[in-house]
Design a protein around this ligand. Structure first.
Ligand code: COA
Length: 157
């Protein structure tokens, strides 16, 4: 993990809602036709709370520059009643490989544990080894929205 990483709740930095929405839309917007960064920003306004579902955290580098984020959602797969879910894990391309991804995942895990959540889910099309290195276990593979995804879980605490 980068020693120079500060994690802040989006609730403490609502000015970053448009930036986090842009990151998410640029990365995953194609999976939801008709979605826009502005609509995503609107949904993120419900994330302005701490250690609760839904919420979002942001990683800042040593200079205070936002470099990544992650979210905690009640549901992340249409029709799947399980949850809550670690979602929207993102680090800006130019700062990958410095530990920020690990930091934002760990921050959501800690926040979920504070909220009394014992088991977290996530799904990923291609980052299984990243999450496995952070203690996550693959429990199923399936097709979803045109992608082959793996559902993973991690027991907290
Ligand atoms: C996945 C992502 C968040 C990783 O962020 P990062 O800051 O580069 O990750 P870190 O530097 O914290 O890496 C943590 C560990 O995972 C490993 N890792 C990082 N990216 C990996 C990848 N794509 N595949 C396998 N392992 C990976 C690192 O080598 C590191 O291992 P180490 O602790 O043994 O050195 C980043 O690449 C990203 O934003 N990708 C685009 C969005 C995305 O795919 N998000 C996940 C959606 S499910």
């Amino acid at each position: 993990m980068s020693a120079a990483c500060t994690i802040v709740p989006l609730a403490a930095r609502p000015d970053l809602v448009p930036l986090v929405a842009e990151w998410g839309h640029a990365t995953w917007g194609h999976l939801a036709p008709g979605d826009t960064a502005a609509k995503r920003a609107g949904r993120l306004k419900r994330h302005l709370q701490v250690d609760a579902v839904p919420s979002t955290i942001v990683a800042l580098d040593a200079a205070g520059v936002p470099v990544g984020s992650a979210g905690l959602l009640a549901h992340d797969i249409d029709g799947d009643p399980r949850g809550p879910w670690l979602a929207s894990v993102y680090v800006v391309p130019e700062r990958r490989g410095e530990g920020f991804g690990k930091a934002v995942v760990g921050a959501i895990e800690a926040s979920a544990a504070h909220a009394g959540i014992a088991l977290l889910y996530l799904f990923t099309p291609d980052k299984m080894s990243f999450y496995a290195s952070l203690g996550w276990t693959a429990i199923e593979a399936r097709d979803y929205r045109g992608e082959h995804i793996t559902v993973m879980t991690k027991r907290l605490g």
